[in-house]
Design a protein around this ligand. Structure first.
Ligand SMILES: Cc1ncc(COP(=O)(O)O)c(C=O)c1O
Length: 402
């Protein structure tokens, strides 16, 4: 198998970007021969996975809490230092099951600056998401904004560890305790990231991961609820399997949230390569950090040097002195085959059904708007080598220097 950083798209050797005259939007050819995506999957050792896949086929046990799924859960528990992992078919279903199992109802406070699944999971369970504003520096929920959104109908808080950077877990726990609220986290971005040395997964009543293909750690599609609460673990385990307590007895309104054996086999394989994935992401992040620090009008969201991070997201933010708008920068990058992306724009509150429900929600979400309007996420991951990152930087530099 090729080393991770050799599975790459190469820079077009006939072109160098030295100034804005060289840009493809001005008539030149693209710098990259093939598209550079923000999220190409991190895939572990192919031979190891194929061997596990063969064993799954030979066992003729493909789903329904099979031995590979169970082994996967025990590995996740060990890795995260949490008592229970309940593996699921995806993160969205895991969020829905957690919402049900925690008994959330009425209103639950969430950030608007997150992937739409965070809000939809609540709505799909007939719980109303109430959007609170974020801190413009951390991009995570602002505890003061959360306090402002509490009403007699509030039953919980759903925090998000955006970009893998921890939500303000102590402040949110204090609010939850004060008001008797449930507290869970959408940790979809945060696998392998820590807060005060503790890996995300143990905070609040429970935390939910997505193991989608584009996440730092994937099982093709997949997810999990992790918790230290024995009763909650038992309930979510049953809800994942239609609510069956045994062959003939159903004790909860459940759904089908089971993780397949083949997906668990992918998970076990990828767990063995986490250090390699982090190393590549960290190298790319450092290159971007150094490259962007020399430019006017653009900053890079940083990851704490004293915590563990997966460095899965390269989040740049434009300030007013960048010479072009965020959307124009994205157009310029796309013309070079760099598929940089706006993220979570224009905020969940501007998407349906929420926009129709609360057309004026934006009045309470000024920081969400500022951040959503300025963020551009750049490609990283094992599909990019150093030359690719330097290529992306050369384009941004040419734009920044006009
Ligand atoms: C913050 C966040 N929440 C929830 C999800 C949903 O996870 P899944 O795609 O596994 O359903 C994702 C990603 O897809 C996400 O980024």
């Amino acid at each position: 198998m090729a080393p991770l950083d050799q599975m790459t798209v190469r820079v077009n050797s006939r072109k160098t970007v030295r100034s804005s005259h060289d840009l493809a939007v001005n008539g030149g050819e693209p710098l990259f021969a093939e598209p550079l995506h923000v999220g190409r999957p991190n895939i572990g050792n192919h031979a190891v996975f194929l061997d596990r896949a063969r064993q799954v086929l030979e066992s003729q046990w493909l789903s329904n809490n099979g031995p590979v799924a169970q082994a996967f859960e025990r590995e996740i528990e060990r890795f995260l230092g949490v008592k229970h992992c309940i593996a699921m078919c995806n993160g969205t279903i895991a969020l829905e099951i957690a919402t049900r199992a925690l008994g959330m109802s009425g209103e639950v406070i969430v950030p608007s600056y997150t992937f739409i699944a965070t809000a939809h999971a609540l709505q799909w369970q007939a719980v109303t998401p109430i959007f609170a504003d974020i801190d413009p520096v951390t991009h995570n929920l602002d505890p003061m904004a959360v306090r402002r959104m509490i009403t007699p109908r509030t039953t919980g808080i759903l925090g998000v560890h955006l970009w893998g950077r921890p939500a303000p877990v102590e402040a949110l726990q204090e609010i939850a305790n004060e008001h008797g609220l449930r507290l869970m986290y959408d940790a979809s971005h945060g696998f392998g990231c820590s807060h005060k040395g503790q890996l995300l997964g143990s905070f609040g009543d429970c935390e939910v991961f997505s193991f989608h293909a584009t996440k730092f750690f994937n099982t093709f599609e997949g997810g999990a609820i992790v918790t230290n609460d024995d009763a909650l673990a038992e309930k979510t385990r049953l809800m994942r399997n239609f609510g069956f307590a045994n062959y003939d007895q159903v004790i909860y309104p459940g759904t089908n949230g089971k993780l397949t054996e083949i997906a668990a086999a992918m998970g076990l394989t990828n767990l063995q390569d986490l250090d390699r994935f982090v190393a590549v992401n960290w190298r790319n992040y450092e290159l971007y950090r150094k490259g962007l620090s020399q430019l006017r009008g653009i900053t890079l969201l940083d990851y704490s040097e004293t915590e563990r991070n997966n460095y899965q997201y390269i989040v740049a933010q434009l300030t007013d002195d960048f010479p072009v708008s965020r959307d124009r920068l994205i157009e310029i990058l796309h013309a070079e085959n760099v598929l940089a992306r706006r993220y979570f724009w224009p905020g969940c509150h501007n998407m349906e059904p929420y926009h129709s429900f609360y057309p004026h929600a934006g009045l309470m979400l000024p920081n969400t708007k500022t951040v959503a309007d300025r963020v551009v996420v750049l490609p990283t991951g094992s599909a990019l080598n150093e030359g690719d990152v330097r290529g992306v930087l050369s384009i941004v530099r040419a734009v920044a220097e006009g």
